[in-house]
Design a protein around this ligand. Structure first.
Ligand code: SAH
Ligand code: SF4
Ligand code: F3S
Length: 454
């Protein structure tokens, strides 16, 4: 009997990437073997993202182009945020789909798959979960950096955001389960873990330990064998000075804070329902800057939110110069189903959104270019990720999450190792996941460039 096979393609954020690892583990425990392309698979799954309209469209394009495969008896499934948002309407838009499941229903996947195998035409898992998805069956795709979910869902209901409707209410995992998982990963040789949640700061330990996020982070930083502990994402409303204190005390806690601001205008922040003002946000930045260790701060920004005036926009542009972010993801506002802002006119013309996006991107590139120059001549520690596909260099990341491309004496060009971001076999003595000292010789806006030092 040939093994049952599945192909799983992932869109969206790290939460989705990690969910896919958990789904893959669950499927494998059900006797399904993973394959790298649709042609070989009996079950074709898309783990989808709905954060902006374009992201949500992607899955329908993929489903349409793969439709001929349905005639060969292959089954299609839609998972993740579009699944939860659209529900059974997906069957109408793409009738060749036979499985739809949101992230709150992954614990039910074995049961849904059994029904499908038993001949059910369509199976759906669209309920709301009141517990986090606990599984021992995770199949991690990366042998040295591991994601660990600490909190699922989001209760913030920012006016523009679909996530509370696609991922449901906040559910925190017990601190003991999280720390056990981190310790097990360290035992398996992982040296970096990333704690995940849409809003890690609102972590509330359901277990008697009652750790808050700062306490959990501090405890994770003490696990023997871990050299880097990261976390994402932080919401400014719940960010506490105790987090900075924990980071200042223990260099295992990576010197990077992702603190999405969204806008520099109080009027826009209020309409976004973000729950903080520009001044409050800048107080948090000041607390972060006061850490004894310099911490890199990155952010997310939305341009063209309903009613955003030139003056509002200018305040966001000024904020970039004031904070001097080490990186910024800048998005054009996209109206999303179920959200409060969707009921308002999307009144900023697309050309204006594009123009504002480009102005911010240009300013941000300039800031990064200037600030990265300060690293020239200094030494950094890079965790090796692989070989750069185009340059004959290695690529890695600093604790602050900066990309470092570097040459190393023993790194002979190795054909076929050119997959960035994926673990690649390496010449003897130099393995992805290794930690290397690099002297920075040059710096661009998006990377540091240097040479390995002994
Ligand atoms: N939980 C995280 C955000 C996750 S979504 C937080 O609160 O920071 C990642 C980013 O996508 C958001 O920070 C926001 O900048 C952007 N985003 C979310 N909804 C959007 C929308 N409707 N249009 C454009 N960008 C959006
Ligand atoms: Fe969306 Fe706001 Fe929740 Fe972030 S905090 S996921 S932006 S609702
Ligand atoms: Fe997208 Fe869902 Fe993540 S909407 S950004 S995959 S939480």
């Amino acid at each position: 009997m040939p093994a049952k096979t599945f192909y799983l393609e992932t869109f969206g954020c790290q939460m989705n990437v990690h969910d896919s690892e958990r789904v893959a583990g669950t499927l494998q425990a059900q006797g399904y073997a993973p394959v790298g392309n649709m042609q070989e698979a009996e079950l074709i799954l898309f783990n989808t993202c709905s954060i902006r309209d374009k992201a949500a469209h992607k899955v329908f394009e993929r489903l349409a182009s793969a439709k001929p495969l349905a005639r060969q008896g292959k089954k299609f499934g839609v998972l993740g945020c579009v699944a939860q948002q659209e529900g059974e309407a997906i069957y109408r838009r793409a009738p060749h789909v036979s499985l739809v499941a949101g992230s709150a229903s992954y614990a039910r996947l074995p049961e849904l798959l059994r029904d499908l195998e038993a001949g059910a035409g369509r199976v759906s898992g669209l309920g709301a979960a009141d517990e986090a998805f606990e599984t021992e069956l995770t199949r991690r795709g990366n042998p040295f950096r591991a994601y660990i979910t600490i909190i699922e869902g989001c209760d913030k209901h920012c006016a523009y955001c679909v996530v509370p409707y696609t991922r449901g209410q906040e559910r925190s995992r017990a601190s003991a389960a999280i720390l056990r998982e981190a310790a097990e990963l360290a035992g398996l040789g992982y040296t970096e873990v990333q704690l995940l949640g849409q809003n890690v700061n609102s972590y509330r330990d359901p277990a008697p330990a009652r750790l808050d996020f700062a306490g959990l982070l501090a405890a994770a930083g003490e696990i023997p064998g871990l050299r880097r502990v990261r976390y994402t994402t932080s919401h400014p409303r719940d960010f506490t000075p105790a987090i900075v204190t924990a980071m200042g005390r223990n260099p295992v806690l990576c010197d990077h804070v992702h603190l999405p601001v969204q806008s520099g205008s109080d009027a826009v922040l209020a309409r976004m329902r973000r729950g903080y003002t520009r001044a409050r946000y800048l107080e948090l930045i000041a607390a972060i800057r006061a850490c004894p260790r310099p911490l890199a701060v990155t952010t997310d920004i939305i341009v063209g939110f309903p009613g955003e005036t030139d003056r509002d926009f200018e305040q966001t542009a000024e904020l970039l110069g004031e904070v001097r972010y080490a990186g910024a993801f800048i998005f054009k506002y996209s109206p999303r189903p179920h959200t409060e802002a969707q009921t308002w006119a999307d009144d900023i013309a697309d050309e204006v959104k594009t123009q504002r996006l480009m102005i911010l991107q240009q300013r941000q590139q300039q800031i990064q270019m200037e600030d990265n120059q300060a690293w020239v001549g200094r030494e950094v520690e890079a965790m090796v990720e692989g070989r750069h596909p185009k340059l004959s260099q290695w690529t890695g990341r600093t604790s602050s999450n900066r990309v470092v491309n570097f040459s190393a004496p023993e790194a002979a060009p190795a054909p076929g190792l050119a997959i960035l971001g994926q673990p690649a076999p390496a010449p003897a003595g130099f393995t992805p996941g290794a930690y290397v000292r690099v002297r920075v010789e040059r710096a661009g806006a998006n990377s540091l460039v240097g040479h390995q030092v002994a």
